[in-house]
Design a binder for this molecule. Sequence first.
Ligand SMILES: [Zn+2]
Length: 74
Amino acid sequence: MKMKIITLATPAEYDHTEITFEVDGRIGGSGFIGKGKDQRLGLIKCPVCQKENYAVSVSSGVCVFCDFNANAGE
Ligand SMILES: [Zn+2]
């Protein structure tokens, strides 16, 4: 599986940058990357199984349903 993170235009006052993913050439899913010191990645909607991640698993960057790991990209 080839995965790329695509950053989206996000208002400057936000404390995070919104992102989407490209997995094997297909764009989908959603998440965010924290700005400043807090650069952790959150996975909100999985680009592989298209499901909304459980809230408690968002900050791990890993999909609770299919184990897709958003931290494994470039
Ligand atoms: Zn998934």
